[in-house]
Ligand binder design. Structure first.
Ligand code: CA
Length: 388
């Protein structure tokens, strides 16, 4: 489909992408918009003018109300927006509500309910195992039986561009100090739209009924704090100081052409994890530090699929809520230039960790449904000196 919006056709934010975000014009309250090219479509006035049943959801300062409407509304709103931007007769109504990106401030798109972080890349888990346990098995015995994860801190999920203050805390031997091993983890995040009932697991084939869309995600990690605290209960303060996500939530429908078979699973997982042809996303990630690309992790090399992570997250009856965010874990491919953390990229070189003032940018792109590429936007963070 071609759009009448100047400059958008053939760009990474073409009409087959249409991610949602929360933007604010100077002096105005944040509200929901959709990106086309380098413009934001202010949906609230257009939806009100067209008397859309759900027009109120675009006046909110997060995507949660829109996401809570469920899959059918999600799909019909997407068709409506696509029509607005492709049908010439809509142009007179819509064009006055297109705002250049440089005139707006972007906000955190989702009011995050619960945040879960998985560990779904075999290459990442093996690399970390070799670094931390050089004399042991790279993978622990449970790793190929279940998608390992932990519950993180929803309240410190921040929008791309939010500065990251270097954490302080306890480190090896019970010493206290400023983290010197500040790291990134390039991940993909999945945002839940439709919740589920407490006590009832969500089956792996109900993924698209519950997941609204995808964000880029940087799980900032203080390795020295993490190394001291993580046994026996897992990550805590080494992770909870900040998790950055992209401004844009890419609807799952925009990724219809990006689904691929993952490399394969052995042993075969339990039935609730949907063994067989396990589908993941062909999303390319690019990690840039201070303007230099240091790695290109491919999401298609992951071991556990997004649907398996969702099934596992709820198999005990834990319920989902609108705004839940679950992340893939660090994306690392098999090759040295495909690693998703500085811990792996440096492999023992302390200078690989972040210095104050360093700027990290994660970029994500995928095949679009019209044959081109689409962008999931960027996740940017600058490291600020420790406080206190
Ligand atoms: Ca992580």
């Amino acid at each position: 489909m071609k759009t009448w919006v100047p400059g958008a056709d053939g760009s990474l934010f073409d009409v087959d992408n249409l991610p949602y975000g929360v933007f604010a014009l100077p002096g105005e309250e944040p509200r929901v918009g959709v990106r086309i090219g380098d413009l934001v479509l202010d949906l609230a006035p257009v939806a009100a003018a067209e008397m859309l049943d759900v027009h109120h959801v675009f006046e909110e300062r997060s995507l949660n109300a829109l996401m809570a409407e469920g899959r059918a509304v999600r799909e019909s709103v997407r068709r409506w927006v696509s029509g607005l931007l492709t049908e010439e007769p809509e142009r007179d109504l819509v064009e006055p509500h297109l705002v250049p990106l440089q005139e707006v401030t972007m906000h955190l798109p989702v009011e995050v309910a619960d945040y879960v972080d998985f560990y779904a890349s075999e290459h990442h888990a093996s690399n970390v195992g070799r670094i931390f346990r050089p004399d042991g098995e790279a993978l622990l015995p449970n790793w190929k039986h279940l998608p390992v994860g932990y519950h993180g801190r929803a309240g410190t999920v921040v929008a791309s561009g939010t500065p990251v203050v270097r954490p302080r805390g306890q480190q090896r031997g019970g010493t206290f100090g400023t983290s010197k091993r500040l790291d990134i983890e390039a991940e993909l995040g999945f945002v839940v739209g439709t919740g589920s009932e407490l006590g009832t697991p969500v089956p792996y084939d109900a993924f698209a009924d519950h997941v609204f869309g995808v964000v880029g995600l940087n799980d900032w990690s203080a390795r020295d704090i993490q190394a001291w605290e993580y046994v026996p209960l897992g990550p805590f303060l080494g992770k909870s100081f900040a998790t950055s996500i992209s401004h844009w939530v890419t609807p799952i429908e925009a990724l219809d052409a990006a689904w691929v078979d993952l490399p394969g699973q052995d042993p075969e997982p339990l039935p609730y994890l949907g063994p067989g042809a396990v589908r993941g996303l062909d999303i390319d990630v690019e990690i840039e530090v201070n303007g230099e690309v240091v790695s290109r992790p491919p999401y298609r090399t992951m071991y556990w699929s997004p649907a398996q992570m969702l099934a596992h997250l709820t198999v005990n009856g834990a319920s989902l809520r609108t705004g839940d965010l679950f992340a893939s874990g660090t994306i690392s491919g098999p090759d040295p230039d495909q690693r998703g953390s500085l811990l792996e990229i440096g492999w023992g070189d302390e200078s690989a960790f972040l210095a104050d003032g360093d700027v990290v940018t994660l970029r994500y792109s995928a095949p679009g449904t019209a044959g081109g590429r689409l962008s999931l936007g960027e996740v940017v963070g600058v490291v600020e000196p420790a406080r206190g």
